[in-house]
Design a protein around this ligand. Structure first.
Ligand code: DQA
Length: 250
C-alpha cells in the first residue's frame, strides 16, 4: 500500500495521524480555537467551514484560510464543508458547495480538501482534478449518521473513492449495536488486506463506536479525529486522551 506524504507528515505508516476540527462560528473564536488546538500538536487541523457564520461569502472564507495558514505554517490544514445531508450545519446548493471547494483549492493555502462522494460524479472528478493541479490532496468521504451499512457496501464506497482519484478515502458510520462496530472494523480490515492501494480512514461514531477511533489503526485506518475545544462528531474524545491511548495501542 502506498503512503501519502504531505510536507513532513506521512499518512499510512507509523502511529495513526491525529486530526482536530475547528468548529467555532465567529472569526475571533475560530482564531482563539486554532491557537489552543495548535498547542495540542495535531498532525492535521480540520477547518469545519460549515460551522463558520460567513460561509456564504467566498471572500470571507478565503480571508479566514489565509489567517489560519498564518497561525499554522507547518501543520497540515484540511478544508471541510460537511453537507447538511451528511451531518453538517448549513444547507447550501450543490453549485455553491463546489464553488466553495474550488475557491479554497485555488488559494493554494490549504493542504487537503474534503470532497463528499455522493455528489454528481462529473463535479467530484473535476474537483479532484483541480485539487491535483493546485497541489492540494483530496480526502473523499461519506457519512451515515443513522446506521452502519453492510460490510460489502462500506468497501464498495471506499473503492469508489479510490476509483475517483481520492488520495485518502474516508467513511464514518453510526452503530446501532456493538455488532455494527465489528462490521465497520471487518470492512476496514478487508479493505486493508485486499483492496486498498492507498491510506484510508474509517470510524464508527458515538460511544459505542469509540473503540474504532482508538484501535482503528490495528485494522487499517490511517487517521483518527480527536476533539479540540469541542467535538465535531459523536464519539470524539479530547485530543490529549486520544494521544495517550494511541501511544499504548499503536
Ligand atoms: O468526516 C469527519 C469525521 C467526523 O465526522 C468524525 O466522526 O470524527 C468528524 C468530522 O469533522 C470530519 O469531517
Amino acid at each position: 500500500m502506498k503512503t501519502v506524504t504531505i510536507k513532513n507528515t506521512t499518512i499510512g505508516e507509523g502511529t495513526p495521524k491525529i486530526i482536530v476540527p475547528l468548529v467555532a462560528t465567529k472569526e475571533e473564536q475560530i482564531l482563539q480555537e486554532v491557537e489552543t488546538v495548535k498547542f495540542s500538536k495535531p498532525d492535521i487541523v480540520e477547518w469545519r467551514v460549515d460551522c463558520y457564520e460567513h460561509v456564504e461569502s467566498l471572500e470571507a472564507v478565503s480571508n479566514m484560510i489565509t489567517k489560519l495558514r498564518n497561525v499554522l505554517p507547518d501543520t497540515l490544514l484540511l478544508f471541510t464543508f460537511r453537507s447538511f445531508k451528511e451531518g453538517g450545519n448549513k444547507e447550501i446548493t450543490d453549485r455553491y458547495y463546489f464553488e466553495l471547494l474550488h475557491t479554497a483549492i485555488q488559494t493554494k493555502q490549504i493542504d487537503l480538501v474534503d470532497v463528499e462522494l455522493f455528489f454528481a460524479e462529473s463535479e467530484v472528478k473535476a474537483t479532484v482534478k483541480l485539487a491535483k493541479e493546485n497541489g492540494v490532496y483530496v480526502i473523499m468521504c461519506n457519512h451515515d449518521f443513522h446506521k452502519t451499512p453492510p460490510k460489502e457496501e462500506i468497501i464498495y464506497r471506499l473503492r469508489k473513492m479510490q476509483e475517483f482519484g481520492a488520495d485518502i478515502p474516508k467513511i464514518a458510520v453510526m452503530p446501532q449495536s456493538a455488532e455494527d462496530v465489528l462490521v465497520l472494523l471487518e470492512a476496514t480490515n478487508t479493505m486493508k488486506t485486499i483492496y486498498a492501494d492507498r491510506p484510508f480512514i474509517t470510524m464508527s461514531m458515538s460511544g459505542t463506536g469509540l473503540v474504532s477511533r482508538l484501535a482503528g489503526s490495528v485494522f487499517g485506518s490511517a487517521c483518527t479525529f480527536g476533539a479540540g475545544i469541542e467535538a465535531s462528531a459523536p464519539g470524539q474524545i479530547p485530543v490529549d486522551q486520544l494521544r495517550n491511548v494511541l501511544e499504548v495501542i499503536s
